[in-house]
Write a protein that binds this ligand. Structure first.
Ligand code: ATP
Ligand code: MG
Length: 399
């Protein structure tokens, strides 16, 4: 008996002419994801991708990696036996005792038209067989267990309930974005959501080191490393921001400082994005969550950028964002206390409705281009690569 993993996708399947490209991309991402887990080969079949496993393949690890691969809607561990129902029956005799169910259904499919029985006949014969050996009853809708029997050209595949993936699109199928990553809960989730839409995400973090300790840098780096799991390599740009902040506090009243910090972040991030050939920024903002995230202030921040600022969490509630952060593994890192640059020299209650006129006047007194240039000159880049060791460590520390 041979073990295979069958991977299904929905969205790429809908994309008409682009479909072959999406499927090729997904297959190539899966190949990167499963390195070192003893998968024998990865190939495309009709509306699915299959992975065949060596006998000693590490299923737990394959399961995690395939589950984290963007574009995978669901997947199954399938067993392949010879092209006859006796072989299927022998397999079910071994496998069904490991399953708990009172009702079941058989879902047969026949792509190998040389097989002598039609799917209906297979359903009937196998349904009667399973009833006889287990005492369970057939139920077509909402059964406890669905038993799939796919008659393919080189044998019969048998598998049970699917494992859910994240769906979406394979990374690298929809362009690159640059995400502004604090060390907070929201921005890593925003970056991850963009990855799930098929974007490769580069990350930029602004820090006030040496005015504060390097804790926010270390958190941003850990988050970038963890997110590498979803896109196989990653780059983090670390921007020293203390110079900009020191200049701002001299001339700008406390209530406007956060807004100006944000506008400078956006300008610097845009310059980096342009250098990298990236056409959009991403933030973790969510409407009305904090003072800087009102419609008025969002407009003021937007006006500092020439390229789009995408805000995937704009309509999300905090508890949903937290749920996602837990699920994808970023939460435990995000809640480590740090010294964030944006809490430096700002009041507890910043302006909720900034005035564009005031912002303009305040910035007229600042050497805007020079400050941006100075920050850009001192950017440090960290690179992260997907590797077995790192993946294993991520999971064990965040599970
Ligand atoms: P987060 O949890 O992502 O930090 P938040 O709810 O704390 O978000 P803010 O602190 O207002 O909200 O930040 C809004 C957005 O601005 C963040 O989601 C992030 O995209 C960006 N941002 C804030 N601080 C930084 C920083 N130090 N470096 C990079 N981006 C930042
Ligand atoms: Mg924050």
């Amino acid at each position: 008996m041979k073990r295979l993993v069958i991977v299904k996708f929905h969205e790429p399947a809908l994309k008409g002419k682009n479909r072959p490209m999406f499927i090729r991309r997904l297959a190539s991402n899966l190949r990167r994801a499963i390195k070192g887990t003893r998968v024998q080969s990865v190939w495309q079949a009709h509306m699915m991708i299959c992975l065949s496993l060596h006998e000693d393949a590490d299923w737990d690890s394959i399961r995690r990696r395939v589950g984290d691969c963007m574009g995978v809607a669901k997947f199954y561990l399938a067993m392949r036996v010879a092209s006859n129902l006796e072989a299927v029956k022998a397999l079910l005799r071994d496998e069904l005792p490991k399953q708990r169910f009172g009702t079941f259904r058989i879902t047969a499919h026949r792509t190998n038209k040389r097989f002598p029985m039609k799917s209906d006949a297979i359903n009937r014969e196998m349904g009667a067989f399973v009833e006889k050996i287990t005492g369970a009853t057939v139920r077509l809708n909402d059964a406890d267990l669905e038993i799939f029997i796919d008659v393919v050209n080189d044998g019969i595949l048998v598998y049970f309930d699917p494992i859910q993936g994240y769906g979406g699109m394979p990374v690298d199928s929809s362009g690159e974005t640059m995400a502004l990553m604090s060390g907070g809960i929201d921005s890593p989730v925003a970056a991850w959501q963009m990855m799930r839409r098929g974007s490769r995400v580069k990350m930029v973090h602004f820090h006030s080191h040496p005015l504060v300790d390097s804790s926010s840098i270390e958190k941003a780096a850990e988050l970038a490393e963890l997110l590498t799991r979803y896109q196989y390599d990653a780059e983090l740009f670390l921007v020293p921001f203390a110079g900009v902040q020191q200049r701002i506090i001299v001339d700008v009243p406390p209530s406007y400082r956060v807004l100006l910090y944000r506008r400078f972040m956006v300008r610097i991030a845009e310059a980096l994005a342009r250098q990298q050939g990236i056409a959009a920024l991403v933030t973790g903002e969510s409407l009305a969550q904090v003072a800087s995230q009102t419609l008025e202030n969002i407009a003021i921040v937007d006006a500092a950028a020439q390229i789009p600022i995408l805000r995937p969490l704009i309509g999300s509630n905090k508890n949903d964002i937290v749920d996602t952060a837990r699920q994808i593994g970023t939460f435990p890192i995000s809640i480590i206390p740090d010294q964030d640059c944006c809490s430096l020299f700002v009041p507890r209650h910043p302006a909720t409705k900034g005035s564009p006129k005031v912002v303009e006047r305040l910035e007229a007194n600042l050497p805007v281009d020079e400050l941006v240039e100075q920050a850009l000159e001192r950017v440090e880049i960290r690179e992260f690569a997907f590797s077995d060791v790192r993946y294993a460590r991520d999971k064990s520390t965040t599970a």
